[in-house]
Design a protein around this ligand. Sequence first.
Ligand SMILES: Cc1cc2nc3c(=O)[nH]c(=O)nc-3n(C[C@H](O)[C@H](O)[C@H](O)COP(=O)(O)OP(=O)(O)OC[C@H]3O[C@@H](n4cnc5c(N)ncnc54)[C@H](O)[C@@H]3O)c2cc1C
Length: 160
Amino acid sequence: MPWRNDRSGLETWQRGETGFPLVDAGMRELWQRGWLHNRARMVTASFLTKDLLVDWREGARWYWDTLVDADLANNTLEWQWVAGSGADAAPYHRIFNPDTQASRFDPDGAYAARWLGEGPRPEPIVDHALARRRALDAYEKIRRSRGSRGRRPAPGRSPT
Ligand SMILES: Cc1cc2nc3c(=O)[nH]c(=O)nc-3n(C[C@H](O)[C@H](O)[C@H](O)COP(=O)(O)OP(=O)(O)OC[C@H]3O[C@@H](n4cnc5c(N)ncnc54)[C@H](O)[C@@H]3O)c2cc1C
């Protein structure tokens, strides 16, 4: 996977300053409480690996360092699930839209207000639509480079 070496993006994500309220609220809750709800874990992890195209292992390392319930198996497999790699990964092209997730799971903005306060909020550091396209193109590139290898055969048909 052509992960981007984006140190400043990674640190902005760690500090909860990406400009996406649900992502930032989750990352700030993680820093202050060492815990966040599974939904916030999925949305923050998807943002790092898909919107910023940063290696899932960087995210797993930060969670390992900050989560009070850090568990090697759960953390590693869950990050791979979100990133589209690993044993039972979610399809790579399933990319969480952080704004749609916020309107669904924090419709009144109470969660964001709790962890971000009422003050000014940072501007979004990426255009989600463009970032999504970039992630899908990156995935398409490796899918093509692998050719048909690894594609699951149609039901009832042998792989060869
Ligand atoms: C990117 C990412 C990283 C994660 N890292 C961890 C981690 O380091 N440690 C960890 O325990 N869980 C991890 N999870 C799974 C899940 O988010 C947490 O287990 C759950 O949110 C913990 O909250 P709770 O104790 O209130 O869970 P509850 O909903 O009360 O569930 C009770 C227990 O069931 C287990 N559990 C619940 N959901 C999951 C799940 N999706 N996968 C595996 N076990 C689960 C946990 O042991 C949890 O404590 C991660 C999920 C994601 C998306």
